[in-house]
Ligand binder design. Structure first.
Ligand SMILES: *[C@@H]1O[C@H](CO)[C@@H](O)[C@H](O)[C@H]1NC(C)=O
Length: 323
């Protein structure tokens, strides 16, 4: 909000205007205050509600009115003279000189100073531009793709969306929702967080369409955005298609949080007659495997997660192949 003229300067101006002795009798110390409002984006010429400034009887009809308005952006308004009924005093009121935008100026403070024959006291007029729900809320980000582990626990926040709306108060308050709703993902209305509320086991991808709306009496809804959740197999269960008939391979993701010597994985036992486990590309492998048990230990520390391929060799199959 901007301030109007400072009072001392203002009174000095009044004194300079009112030096004629004939006028001094009618002069008051303080200006009369008015408070009005106008809805934003009203067409040019819309009267400011609540402002009717009485004039001294009759004598003002010929006076030049515009140009006597001061303050912040007085040219956004025009002064209109209303002669009133016969034998009544005339009034002044303000009309807009253009459609006003609350998002640019929400409050005007204007001072109307007319010659003393028209007006006993100056008038200070505050005009509030009231909000109209004319801004559609918008997401601040576009579509998103995130990855999630299939073992991610319920409650995990997978993504978060934000939005902006230029309106004031309820007209500018935003809430989020998904449509259609998802049984696995919940959108927190106030925060735009997307939480996991079910199990991702067996799911490969999820798509969620999110909307944002404001809380105006007639809510405005913005353009939707999409969230795609790619579900990763957990390091414990990812299975590659059977590459060779003689065995199975497992791809194991080894986290960089492990310490050297930690047991990082146990290859599931496939109930083969005779089998042993080995790590493929063993030369620079960060893990060692126990050939008989399938236990995988970290052999050197990792700076980032690494993938290793473990193979189960099945003796029986190999014998068959040799036949
Ligand atoms: C988001 O994805 C939808 C569906 O694929 C697409 O129609 C839309 O243009 C995308 N929005 C942006 C901002 O890329």
């Amino acid at each position: 909000m901007t301030k109007g003229p400072r009072e001392p300067v203002f009174h000095l101006l009044l004194l300079l205007l009112y030096v004629r002795p004939a006028c001094l009798s009618g002069q008051h110390r303080h200006p009369t205050r008015y408070f009005g409002h106008i809805a934003e984006n009203s067409p040019t010429g819309t009267p400011v509600d609540g402002v009717l400034i009485p004039l001294e009887a009759g004598v003002c009809s010929g006076a030049e009115l515009d140009g006597n308005l001061y303050g912040n952006y007085p040219s956004d308004f025009r002064i209109v003279y209303d002669s009133g009924h016969r034998e009544q005093r005339g009034n002044l009121f303000l009309v807009s000189a253009k459609p006003l935008d609350r998002e640019i100026i929400a409050m005007y403070e204007l001072t109307l100073e007319l010659p003393p024959m028209c007006q006993r006291r100056a008038a200070v007029v505050q005009v509030e531009v009231s909000d109209r729900n004319d801004n559609i809320p918008q997401f601040t980000s576009g579509n998103k793709t995130v990855e999630a582990d299939e073992l991610a626990p319920r409650g995990t926040v997978l993504a978060r969306f934000d939005a902006k709306d230029g309106d004031a108060d309820r007209n500018g308050r935003t809430t989020f929702y998904a449509s259609p709703e998802s049984s696995l993902l919940h959108v927190v209305p106030q925060t735009g967080q997307v939480r996991l509320v079910g199990s991702l086991l067996g799911v490969s991808q999820l798509t969620l369409r999110l909307y944002v709306k404001d809380c105006g009496d007639v809510a405005l809804v913005g353009e939707p955005v999409f969230l795609w959740v790619n579900v990763r197999g957990s390091s414990r269960a990812r299975r590659r298609p059977r590459a060779l008939s003689e065995g199975l391979t497992y791809t194991v993701t080894v986290s960089d949080h492990n310490r050297v010597g930690d047991l990082v994985f146990t290859v599931p036992d496939q109930k083969f007659e005779q089998r042993w486990f080995e790590v493929m590309s063993e030369a620079d492998s960060p893990v060692q495997i126990e050939r008989d048990s399938g236990r995988l230990y970290l052999a050197r520390s990792l700076l980032e997660p690494a993938e290793v391929v473990v193979k189960i060799q099945n003796l029986r199959v190999m014998h068959e192949q040799l036949k």
